[in-house]
Ligand binder design. Structure first.
Ligand SMILES: O=C(O)C(=O)C[C@]1(C(=O)O)C=C[C@@H](O)C=C1
Length: 361
């Protein structure tokens, strides 16, 4: 994976001297006037790339599904009048053809398209020979392989200006955010494709303009290269995603308030202190594994005992009380419910797997 030829943002047709690189504009192009107003606002906010959805994949029918190809003419006008770089979403070969024909500079593939390898391949084939920047949103389900697969399909037809967009993952549960960020997935993507720039999409993660700043800040702390944020001059009147859009003026303020930290210290004293603290972390990680190993030895002994006495592996009551007790203790120690839940579920599952092996040996 490491030898994929993915070019850095500096090879994109824009000045990327400032971090983060920001793409902003309305969720959907609605009218020419609305697009032009938004573009002027985005330009005034010092943002270099203007986005607007032309074709909108909507969850339910009978909602606004995008203005269609005539919106591309408005994007051309944005370019002529403001000099902004333009970006839009494509979901099939026809969209690609129309967008390229209209001179759109950057394309992205939406979360509902990334899930479908047939659709991604169709888009990739339509893009062959055009090395324009393409951003790939994470699939709506938390499947890193599918996300990487889409990027690889585009890379395989010769695209090198690729980037990922983290927009969060659909959940059935009602959480604080509209889509669960599951930050560990883009972190793992960064580990597996280190040269791939990542953009955060706080609009779709939060679904709420009041929460955009905390998610944007978190993405900066995780070293993301860019942000893609929905912005509309009259957010309450937007034809789609009204709750999550903010005005260009508010967006400018949000960007100004971001605290940007350096990925490396570049200072001996800081490096040494970090180094010492990281040794401590390494020691604790080692001890954690030793503790888990000891716990597992006991679980295995229980496994043999269960086999001899014909007792089932799963002991629901016991497991329930372990989780309850650990949750109570964990919360006192300042851990989140979600963390304790996933930690103990993983431990319990491993116990079950190892006891199953004993049962079946
Ligand atoms: O208490 C048991 O019966 C165990 O085997 C231990 C253990 C655990 O690892 O905590 C494993 C499986 C059971 O479902 C409950 C608990």
């Amino acid at each position: 994976m490491k030898d994929m030829d993915i070019k850095p943002l500096s090879s994109w047709p824009i000045d990327v001297s400032t971090r983060p690189l920001v793409i902003a504009g309305p969720c959907s192009a609605e009218t020419e006037e609305q697009v032009m107003d938004a573009a002027r606002g985005i330009k005034a906010a010092g943002i270099p790339i203007f986005r607007a959805g032309i074709w909108k994949p909507r969850t339910r029918p009978n909602s606004f599904e995008g203005i269609g190809a005539k919106g591309l003419i408005w994007l051309q006008k944005v370019k002529e009048e403001t000099g902004l770089i333009t970006a839009t979403e494509v979901a099939n070969a026809r969209h690609v053809e129309l967008a390229l024909g209209a001179g759109v500079d950057i394309l992205w593939i939406g979360a509902r398209t990334t899930v479908n390898p047939f659709a991604v391949q169709e888009i990739a084939d339509a893009l062959r020979g055009h090395d324009i920047p393409v951003l790939v949103k994470n699939p709506i389900n938390p499947d890193l392989e599918l996300w990487m697969g889409a990027i690889e399909r585009l890379h395989a037809v010769g695209l090198t200006r690729l980037a990922a967009i983290h927009r969060g993952f659909s959940t059935y549960q009602k959480l604080k955010y509209r889509n669960d960020p599951q930050w560990q997935i883009p972190i793992e993507l960064k580990r597996r494709m280190p040269q791939l720039p990542i953009f955060c999409d706080p609009s779709h993660i939060t679904g709420d303009r009041d929460l955009l700043d905390e998610v944007a800040q978190k993405s900066m702390d995780l070293n993301y290269e860019g942000l893609i944020i929905e912005s509309h001059c009259k957010p309450e009147e937007a034809w789609s995603d009204a709750k999550q859009q903010l005005t260009p003026v508010a967006l400018k303020e949000l960007l100004a308030n971001l605290v940007l930290r350096d990925p490396e210290a570049g200072n001996e004293l800081v490096d040494n202190t970090l180094g010492e603290l990281r040794h401590l972390i390494d020691d604790f990680d080692q001890k954690l594994l030793e503790l888990l190993e000891n716990r597992m030895q006991v679980a295995k002994t229980i496994g043999h005992y269960k086999k001899e006495n014909n007792i089932t592996v799963l002991q629901n009551k016991r497991w329930g009380s372990i989780l309850e007790k650990s949750m109570e203790n964990g919360k006192k120690k300042g851990f989140s419910e979600q963390f304790i839940n996933s930690l103990f579920k993983a431990i319990h599952q491993e116990s079950i797997n190892q006891q199953e092996e004993i049962m079946n040996s």
